[in-house]
Unconditional design. Structure first.
Lengths: 337, 423, 167
């Protein structure tokens, strides 16, 4: 009863091009590769004196952040500006939405301002999906993180960083470590790694921070970090929110660090050329030792650079798909006339 | 006023009738049943090719009155009930204000009488304001017409208060209805806790949120001897626990909402808030367990769990929407799918929608024999139709079955011998 | 010029001679040759060799500056621009054909993102004489008038051939 819902339906055009970027799940390896290829050419752009291209000239990008995040907001802002878009940053804290204006009201107001793209961050899973369903067809929606569901641009910047260092995914063993339960980053990373053909994906966490049946997503579960890090090529650390201690998920930061913090000793269990990643901001001495975060195996700063390029790539790809969609609609409208 | 219903397939589970027969109604009661009745009547309904059965009794239907009018009223929801062949609604006490004083009961009865389209029987609150602290005036509420007592999904943080409420209800031989859910385990959850919730990143409500509360309630039922009913259970494990208690001779019964027999958690894929329900849609195994319970009789009745909501309540990201679906108009058509899927025979299904819920509540309804009250549902089992927002009578349009192809449509509904709906 | 005389080698020879003459007359020293992806790069490689230029050549990708992004979207050629320092240099910009002038407009924009060159000279194999912008080549192999439903494409890199196609 009721057909299986394909999460692609909403984010792809009839030609299979991106028109929104809501989730990595269900996208083809070809499309993920295209995102990385496009991003690669934007990384190279850093050599120019004028770090700006006119792809989104005259377009209005609204960064719609219902959840505060200076870091992600600024990389999206910079990406949009480097594409020559006009950028409007809206920090809509939960307090202002509780004034009675519904999310839908907010969207309608912004649409009346003739925006072309919404970059959305929201604390509820499915929010980007909801917004993509409820905006008029000519607005592209980029998910900048929704609840625990997805953070597709973060996952793609991680994939780009891995590809630039390891070349190919098929022989890689990747470990994702930390608060998997609350992490949209981990979910998107898992989908991306699977699609790109990573040999083995491991998640390492205590049971309180593992969602139910996470192995159904195609990962191996480890509760012991020593075992989990054995011979891995890539270690992806997750951020641990402080409030996890107060909700009986963990006894203390120090116990977590002792068991699941990435120290030089634990890093030595991985392959000699293993690389270390973290979506930031880092809690030094909670998830990761300073010496590891700043060490020569750490790709944390590369991730930031690649983040801007990936965001430029998906923004230009989605805008292009959206524009084509609109022209198709206009054409079919004309033929009907 | 007399009505003759001719040539229909008459199904009355109470008398185990299943035959082509005529039904004569006079003065609000069934006057005669027989093949080719020759009596004259003021109105004749040709029911050939149709099923004639007792009006449906729905164990859980929120009429929203008293309460916010944009969600529905006794008038709008009664019309929806009539269109769905439902003649008796058992309404939970979770109105605003809650049904914890006889004045609220009187108000509901007055509005129901004024409307005259359906029979609404309120359940009373077990505790004042449903807060789980102080007992509501159960005896006074029962005297003014409450058929059962419930705290809805509002928690009893103190097992001692729960125990006392049950003891007090047992004192007056009152029926208690549980919607079992451990508030702490369910906190923040919006769907079944399993693979799908993990993939979608939605907070889960584990099955144990229900089963732990079923266990606590069953132990206290055993200790207090109160008559108890479990409303809208969703887990296979609950079915077993309740069936086992029944076997040990405890006075317990259970019902299930039709949607939990048809849908599963995977339907939430795509974040469609229409599938945000309470209790949540569980996994495939739970659904199978519930179906098994319906077949074996461990679950006696099927209800709509009718929760009309205004549009805005469903227009938000999934977790921010309110749970519930409007269900009175589709209860029969959806239930007929169980017959189509050969899970139940038609008379068995009718029993679970009429006689069984009436028996659980101890009310005079759900029967069609000579002398019984003429609450009748006539439906064409072959007629295809779809519910649309325009034709739906409920104030709430919140159902995943909006526009879904359905088979089996109510053509006439009679309450006390009066036609309250005809197609 | 008829389509039968579309001999790339002959056209290249003429371009080489004209370009040599131009460089001599303008007295521009150590020019920087840049090919526009992809056909322009093949031609630039040949001219670079023939003229024996000292500075290594550059490659220009114009995808980010195309003015038809809103119609046909982003079409990446797969290789991004690779340029040595362009600031203050005399640029020899090479493309296969100049038609409307839009590609060259995009190329100039991309070029200027890397700095301010001293001069830009445009060299193309063919001029299709369908200018839509005030841009024309300083050196061309020849001119060609195509029918309204005809398209021309440079096939390469080895051997270089011109192909006229019906749309």
């Amino acid at each position: 009863m009721f057909e299986h819902i394909d999460p692609n339906q909403i984010q792809l055009t009839s030609e299979g091009e991106l028109k929104h970027f809501i989730t990595v799940e269900g996208l083809s390896r070809e499309l993920l590769t295209e995102i990385m290829d496009t991003a690669d050419s934007f990384v190279d752009m850093g050599a120019k004196q004028v770090k700006k291209v006119p792809l989104l000239r005259g377009k209005t990008v609204v960064n719609l952040f219902f959840e505060a995040s200076t870091r992600t907001l600024s990389t999206f802002e910079l990406a949009a500006k480097r594409l020559s878009a006009d950028v409007l940053n809206l920090n809509i804290s939960t307090s202002s939405t509780s004034k009675g204006e519904t999310l839908k009201d907010t969207l309608m107001t912004l649409h009346a301002m003739q925006s072309d793209m919404f970059v959305v961050r929201h604390s509820s899973s499915g929010a980007a999906h909801f917004i993509a369903e409820h905006v008029t067809p000519d607005v592209a929606v980029i998910n900048a993180g929704d609840g625990r569901h997805a953070h597709p641009t973060q996952a793609m910047l991680d994939m780009l960083t891995i590809r630039r260092h390891k070349g190919d995914f098929t022989n890689l063993t990747v470990a994702i470590v930390g608060d998997i339960l609350h992490s949209r980053v981990a979910r998107s990373q898992i989908h991306a790694l699977r699609t790109l053909g990573a040999a083995e994906i491991r998640v390492i966490a205590p049971k309180t921070l593992l969602p139910r049946h996470i192995e159904a997503l195609g990962v191996k579960v480890y509760t012991d970090m020593q075992q989990g890090l054995h011979d891995v090529d890539v270690i992806m650390m997750l951020r641990l929110q402080k409030e996890r201690m107060s909700s009986a998920l963990l006894p203390s930061e120090s116990e977590f660090y002792k068991l699941y913090g990435l120290t030089a000793d634990k890093l030595a269990l991985a392959k000699p050329d293993a690389v270390v990643m973290h979506p930031g901001p880092i809690n030094r001495g909670v998830e990761i030792a300073s010496s590891v975060a700043d060490g020569d195996r750490s790709l944390i700063l590369d991730q930031v650079t690649n983040g801007i390029a990936v965001r430029m790539a998906v923004m230009s790809m989605a805008m292009s798909g959206q524009t084509k969609c609109r022209m198709e609609t206009a054409e079919s409208f004309e033929t009907r006339l | 006023m007399s009505i003759l219903i001719q040539g229909g397939r008459l199904i009355d589970p109470a008398s185990q009738t299943d035959m082509i027969a005529d039904l004569l109604i006079q003065d609000g009661r069934v006057a005669a049943i027989g093949v080719d009745l020759q009596e004259q009547a003021e109105q004749v309904i040709d029911a050939s090719g149709q099923v004639v059965c007792p009006g449906l009794v729905d164990l859980s239907a929120h009429s929203r009155e008293p309460g916010p009018a944009q969600r529905g009223s006794i008038k709008t929801e009664s019309r929806a009930a009539a269109a769905g062949g439902v003649t008796t609604l058992i309404c939970p006490p979770t109105t605003n204000p809650v049904v914890d004083s006889p004045a609220v009961v009187e108000l509901i009865k007055d509005r129901c009488e004024e409307t005259g389209i359906t029979r609404i029987l309120p359940m009373g609150a077990l505790t004042k304001g449903l807060e789980g602290d102080q007992l509501a005036p159960l005896y006074a509420l029962a005297s003014s017409g409450c058929v059962a007592f419930s705290n809805g999904r509002n928690p009893f943080t103190s097992s001692r208060v729960l125990n006392r409420a049950l003891e007090y209800a047992a004192t007056h031989d009152l029926l208690v209805v549980f919607n079992p859910e451990d508030a702490a385990l369910a906190e923040g959850g919006c769907m079944h806790d399993d693979t799908t919730s993990t993939r979608l990143g939605l907070n889960g409500i584990p099955s144990t949120a229900e089963t732990i509360e079923v266990a606590r309630c069953l132990l206290l039922v055993e200790q207090t001897g109160v008559r108890a009913h479990f409303g809208q259970i969703s887990c296979e494990r609950s079915v077993h626990m309740i069936a086992e208690a029944c076997e040990r001779g405890l006075p317990v019964t259970a019902d299930v909402a039709i949607q939990n027999l048809l849908l599963i958690d995977e339907n939430v894929n795509g974040f469609n808030s229409a599938f945000h329900l309470q209790p949540p849609l569980r996994g495939q195994l739970d659904r199978a367990g519930l179906i098994q319970g319906v077949i074996t009789g461990a679950i006696q009745a099927i209800c709509s769990n009718h929760h009309p909501l205004e549009k805005a309540a469903k227009e938000a990201p999934f977790a921010n929407t309110e749970p519930g679906m409007t269900g009175l108009e589709t209860l029969l058509s959806l239930s007929l799918m169980l017959v189509e899927q050969q899970i139940l025979e038609l008379p068995q299904l009718i029993e679970k929608l009429t006689l069984a819920p009436a028996t659980i509540m101890g009310i005079d309804a759900g029967k069609l024999s000579v002398g019984s009250r003429a609450d009748v549902c006539i439906f064409n089992p072959e007629l295809s139709w779809s519910l649309t927002p325009e034709t739906s009578r409920s104030r709430g349009k919140n159902t995943p079955f909006m526009g879904y192809p359905l088979r089996g449509k109510v053509t006439h509904t009679l309450l006390n011998g009066h036609t309250v709906y005809s197609l | 010029m008829s389509s039968s005389s579309l001999n790339v080698e002959a056209l290249l020879k003429k371009m080489e001679q004209d370009l040599k003459a131009l460089l001599t007359s303008t007295e521009r020293e150590d020019p920087l040759m840049i090919g526009i992806h992809t056909g322009g790069v093949w031609l630039a490689e040949r001219l670079h060799k023939a003229l024996n230029l000292e500075s290594p050549m550059g490659v220009l990708d114009i995808s980010f500056h195309r003015d038809d992004f809103n119609h046909s979207g982003l079409s990446l050629c797969g290789q991004s621009s690779q340029l040595p320092v362009t600031e203050g240099r005399h640029i020899l910009l090479v493309d296969d054909v100049v038609m409307s002038g839009r590609t060259i407009r995009a190329a100039l924009n991309e070029l200027f993102d890397y700095g301010r060159p001293a001069s830009v000279t445009l060299i193309t194999l063919l001029d299709l004489q369908r200018r839509e912008l005030p841009i024309q080549a300083d050196v061309t192999g020849g001119t060609l008038a195509l029918g309204p439903d005809q398209q021309i494409k440079l096939i390469g890199p080895e051997p270089l051939e011109l192909e006229i196609r019906q749309k």
